[in-house]
Design a protein around this ligand. Structure first.
Ligand SMILES: Cc1cc2nc3c(=O)[nH]c(=O)nc-3n(C[C@H](O)[C@H](O)[C@H](O)COP(=O)(O)OP(=O)(O)OC[C@H]3O[C@@H](n4cnc5c(N)ncnc54)[C@H](O)[C@@H]3O)c2cc1C
Length: 385
């Protein structure tokens, strides 16, 4: 008799798990998705012909194997050229992000900045960071997000680029509560040489106008999928899940959704930040400069980022689609990177048995996990079964 697996949530992690589980002849797997389609914010929709996702969603990775895996299903265009910029309201200027040393001379307070940098510890200002993993040595020696940035770039640059943006992004007045930080410099705190955002990692986006959708369609075809269905409760000891008012037992549960909800918030609610998005179509072919795919707003406006979708999708049109993202309390998308929340998440993870896996950005409650990590984790878990 085949063993039974339940996958909760049909985003990147759940869909990868579905594709992989379908290759195992001794398993019978179902996927349960509360929405009406697969892929969550990574799936492509169309507005007046323009393809778009929910926020940027490009594939960023140091992992060639995961790149090859996805590229086999949805061929990916390497877009190494892509740059990010930050608008610094106080200077009324756009600069490169990661913070670039060639921009210092354009800054009104360049003297201060250079003086501050000259006295910084080399191990901070010249550190390099992988996307998912940080630099453990620094993580141990910086006390928190604010401390890490001030040690890496000095007070003036921290105040310009990081302070208010981080307050906005995490909906806090106090950046010292954030104790997980080495994801934030995007590779390096002060960049030298190329202005490309990710010259040391793979940066890619699907060639197809419908983006990653064929990947999600393959997942839907691979296992029996239930749409508009929510898993709202599990019994962590017996491996039973409540689906459509019926308890069902599974040999394995792969969860990619907020674990607190499944366990009736028994250790309190885990804090996630959501995102509201506004889309605009503007009467110009391109809004952002060549090779700039998106730009951050460091100042008093409430949005964090402007994304120009054509830069990713290569869609041809005389007009362009952009989005503005607003951090919000609606939606559970960005797990709060604080110790108190991680400890709460750990209590949930410790309370389930070994055949319950919680993966992906949402399921593992880890903001560092991007598309590549969600795929990697799903492959790893399914391989182990
Ligand atoms: C705005 C934004 C922009 C991003 N941009 C990038 C980027 O450019 N590059 C990158 O690599 N990463 C990016 N990410 C992160 C990346 O997209 C995610 O880490 C990854 O896609 C997460 O996949 P997941 O499967 O873990 O979770 P999700 O994609 O969130 O999937 C979870 C799924 O579970 C479903 N669900 C929730 N609760 C239940 C329930 N109770 N029962 C059944 N189903 C349920 C949801 O509807 C959803 O479909 C971005 C994230 C956001 C929010």
């Amino acid at each position: 008799m085949s063993k039974k697996a339940l996958i909760i949530g049909g985003g990147t992690a759940g869909c990868t798990a579905a594709i992989e589980m379908s290759k195992k002849s001794d398993w019978s797997t179902i996927l349960v998705e509360k929405g009406s389609s697969l892929g969550a914010g990574v799936s492509t929709n169309f507005k007046a012909g323009h393809p778009y996702t929910y926020g940027p969603r490009h594939f960023l990775s140091h992992n060639e194997e995961v790149f090859k895996y996805l590229n086999n299903i949805v061929p990916l265009r390497r877009c190494k050229e892509h740059q990010f910029t930050s608008f610094i309201e106080s200077d009324s200027q756009f600069y490169s992000y990661p913070i670039h040393e060639d921009d210092f001379d354009k800054m009104p307070d360049s003297r201060n900045i250079k003086e501050e940098i000259s006295v910084l510890d080399e191990k901070y200002k010249n550190a390099e960071f992988k996307l998912t993993k940080g630099e453990e040595r620094l993580e141990e020696s910086a006390n928190n997000y604010e401390d890490f940035w001030i040690k890496s770039v000095g007070n003036t640059l921290y105040n310009k680029f990081i302070k208010s943006y981080t307050n906005k992004m995490w909906q806090t007045n106090d950046n010292t509560i954030i104790d997980d930080f080495t994801w934030s410099p995007k590779g390096v705190a002060i960049k030298k040489g190329p202005r490309e955002g990710w010259d040391s990692a793979i940066s890619a986006y699907p060639y197809a106008l419908n983006g990653y959708n064929d990947f999600f369609a393959l997942a839907g075809k691979s296992v029996k999928t239930y749409f508009n269905t929510s898993v709202d409760k599990i019994n962590p000891k017996t491996q039973e899940a409540l689906i459509n008012n019926q308890w069902e037992k599974y040999d394995v549960i792969i969860n990619t959704t907020p674990i607190d909800h499944l366990l009736e918030y028994s250790f309190g609610e885990l804090k996630y930040i959501g995102r509201d998005i506004t889309f605009l179509i503007l009467p110009v072919e391109f809004v952002l400069p060549k090779d700039v795919y998106f730009t951050y707003y460091c100042g008093s406006e409430k949005y964090t980022r402007v994304v120009e979708y054509k830069k990713f999708t290569q869609y041809k049109s005389p007009h362009t689609l952009i989005s503005l993202e607003y951090p919000s309390s609606r939606g559970r998308l960005y797990p709060m990177p604080t110790e108190i929340e991680r400890e709460r998440a750990k209590k949930y993870f410790d309370s389930v048995n070994d055949d319950f896996y919680s993966i992906g950005r949402i399921g593992a409650f880890n903001y560092r996990y991007d598309i590549d990590d969600a795929i990697e984790q799903a492959i790893k878990v399914t391989k182990s079964l």
